[in-house]
Design a protein around this ligand. Structure first.
Ligand SMILES: O=C(O)CCC(=O)C(=O)O
Ligand SMILES: [Fe+2]
Length: 361
C-alpha cells in the first residue's frame, strides 16, 4: 500500500485493523528498538521543593549537573499546579478519543518551504516526501507564545475547558522554563536573567504539542518518533502511563519511566548546548511504540524567535576558552531540520567549528 493521502492519520490506519504496517513506516536505521533498553542507568529525578527560598545551593548544583550529563530528567515539586496538569492530560485524551471526522475538522496544513514551526492543528507525517522512515505518531500542535501567534479558535472547541486549559498550561510551563533558566544562569555564575535574555530578546516562542502513538502491530520494526534532539532551548514534557520515550545516555537507550505522580520531564535542546558553549548537552531522544496501548504525551517548547541569532555566550568563551559553535540564525536551523528530517544530533554537528576558534578579543 502506498500512502500519498495527506489527510490520513495513524489513528485512522489503526482503526482499519491492519496487521502489517505500510512499508514507509519500517525503520531504516539498523539498531534494535525495544530490546536495547538498559536497566542499569536511571533517568534522574530533581526535586525543586523550596526554590527560591531554601535548598538554593543544592538545587543549583543538582540542576546544573544533570544538564551537564543527561540533558533530560524528571522534575517534581515544579510549581505547575497538579490540577492543571491533570486537566491538560484530560484535554489531550478527550481530543484523540474523538471520531476521525470530528478530529479532521482541525486537520493541519502540510508545512510549506521555509516554514519555521509545525503548522497548527491535527497532523501526522503521512503524505510528506520524507526519505527517513515515517513516525507512528499523530499530533495536535498549538502556537502559544508570543501572544501575536496565539489563536485559540483553531484549537478544539470541545470539551469546553480545552482552550482555556492550553492557555493556562502554556503560561505555567513558560514560568517553569524561566525558573530553570535562572537556576542554570546562576550555575554558570551569570546574572539570573542572562540565559533568558539570550534566548528571548525578541520574545520567546512557545509551541505545545500533544502526541498520540496508537498501538502498533510491529513494534520491533516501527519507530514512534525518530531519534533527535530538540532544536530550541528547553522542552517540558509529560507522558501518560504508557512508556515509550527513551534518552541516549553513554551510547545506550534508557527508557524514561512512567511518571512519578505529578512529575514533568525536562529536556535540554540545541540552543542551550550552543549558548553554554557545549557545557550543557542537548538530549538525544526518541519514542518507541507499544503493541497494545495508546501512548499520549505532550512537549512544550521554549525557543528563540526565528530571527534570533544564537551563539556561545562571550562570558563562557573567555579565559583562553575557544568557541565550539558557529552562530546560528534560529529559523534557518529549524528549516534545515525540516528539510533533512530527524536524525539524531546531525544538524548540531554541522554547526560545530572544525577547528576550535578563540573568540575575537
Ligand atoms: O512523545 C514524547 O514523549 C516526545 C516528543 C518529542 O520528543 C518532541 O515532540 O520533540
Ligand atoms: Fe523531542
Amino acid at each position: 500500500m502506498t500512502i500519498v493521502d495527506a489527510n490520513l492519520r495513524v489513528q485512522a490506519l489503526v482503526e482499519q485493523g491492519l496487521t502489517e504496517v505500510p512499508k514507509q513506516f519500517l525503520h531504516k536505521v539498523k539498531e534494535p528498538l525495544i530490546s536495547d533498553v538498559s536497566a542499569t542507568e536511571q533517568v534522574p529525578v530533581i526535586d525543586l521543593a523550596g526554590w527560591p527560598n531554601s535548598n538554593r545551593e543544592k538545587i543549583i548544583q543538582e540542576v546544573g549537573e544533570v544538564f551537564e550529563t543527561w540533558g533530560l530528567f524528571q522534575i517534581i515539586n515544579h510549581g505547575v499546579p497538579l490540577e492543571l496538569l491533570e486537566r491538560t492530560k484530560e484535554s489531550a485524551k478527550l481530543f484523540f478519543a474523538k471520531p476521525a471526522e470530528e478530529k479532521m475538522k482541525y486537520a493541519n496544513k502540510l508545512p510549506r518551504e521555509g516554514e519555521t514551526a509545525v503548522p497548527e492543528g491535527y497532523g501526522s507525517k503521512l503524505g510528506t516526501n520524507e526519505t527517513t522512515s515515517w513516525n507512528w505518531r499523530d499530533f495536535f500542535e498549538h502556537h502559544t507564545f508570543p501572544l501575536s501567534r496565539r489563536n485559540p479558535l483553531v484549537w478544539p472547541a470541545e470539551p469546553e475547558f480545552y482552550r482555556p486549559t492550553i492557555e493556562e498550561y502554556g503560561g505555567e510551563i513558560k514560568q517553569l522554563a524561566e525558573t530553570l533558566l535562572s537556576i542554570l544562569s546562576e550555575h554558570l555564575k551569570l546574572h539570573p536573567t542572562r540565559l533568558q535574555e539570550a534566548i528571548g530578546v525578541s520574545g520567546v516562542y512557545q509551541n505545545i504539542n500533544f502526541g498520540c502513538y496508537p498501538p502498533c502491530p510491529q513494534p520491533d520494526n516501527v519507530i514512534g518518533l525518530l531519534s533527535h534532539s530538540d532544536y530550541g532551548a528547553l522542552t517540558i514534557l509529560w507522558q501518560n502511563e504508557v512508556p515509550g520515550l527513551q534518552v541516549r545516555q553513554n551510547g545506550t537507550w534508557v527508557m524514561v519511566p512512567p511518571p512519578a505522580p505529578g512529575a514533568l520531564i525536562v529536556n535540554a535542546g540545541d540552543t542551550l548546548e550552543i549558548l553554554s558553549n557545549g557545557r550543557y548537552k542537548s538530549a538525544e531522544h526518541r519514542v518507541v511504540t507499544n503493541p497494545h496501548r495508546t501512548r499520549i504525551s505532550s512537549a512544550a517548547f521554549y525557543d528563540p524567535a526565528p530571527e534570533a541569532v544564537i551563539s556561545p555566550l562571550p562570558e563562557l568563551v573567555s579565559h583562553g576558552n575557544t568557541t565550539k559553535y558557529k552562530p546560528v540564525v534560529h529559523g534557518a536551523y529549524v528549516g534545515a531540520l525540516y528539510s533533512t528530517g530527524l536524525n539524531g544530533k546531525e544538524i548540531l554537528e554541522n554547526y560545530k567549528t572544525d577547528v576550535e576558534q578563540p573568540l575575537e578579543p
